[in-house]
Design a binder for this molecule. Sequence first.
Ligand code: RB5
Length: 145
Amino acid sequence: MRNDVVAVASDHGGFEMKGEIVKFLEEFGCEVLDLGTDGPESVDYPEFANLMASAIKEGRCDRGVLFCGTGIGISIAANRHPHIRAAHCRDVTEARLSRAHNNANVLALGGRIIGGEVAKDCVQVFLKTEFEGGRHARRVAKISD
Ligand code: RB5
């Protein structure tokens, strides 16, 4: 597992925000694995959710951030993979609790819905918050059962 690597992926709707977050993560000292998309042309978000799921499964990173226009489509697609717990978050409280209570391994953000500053706060809190375990571990285990 690569705790020090954060993967990012987006469709065209999240492309601009992905760029902002890549810069932010690099300034923060993270190694970033950018899985695309690489330009503003229209693409299909499930393909990028699948690339994220593969990167995590292969141990190339253990956390990631996904972006699409709303954050909804790409989180739905990512959550079809049993090892992914993708949390679509619109504020920092959701980002914190997605880690503390749900042990989310992927944060999904809507590039057309939230602003860049909120997105950066969500990413920072998502990366620094530990899973609380205890009763939450029992519940998270039931998701995979
Ligand atoms: C693309 O236009 C848009 O549908 C996509 O980015 C996302 O918002 C889907 O949930």
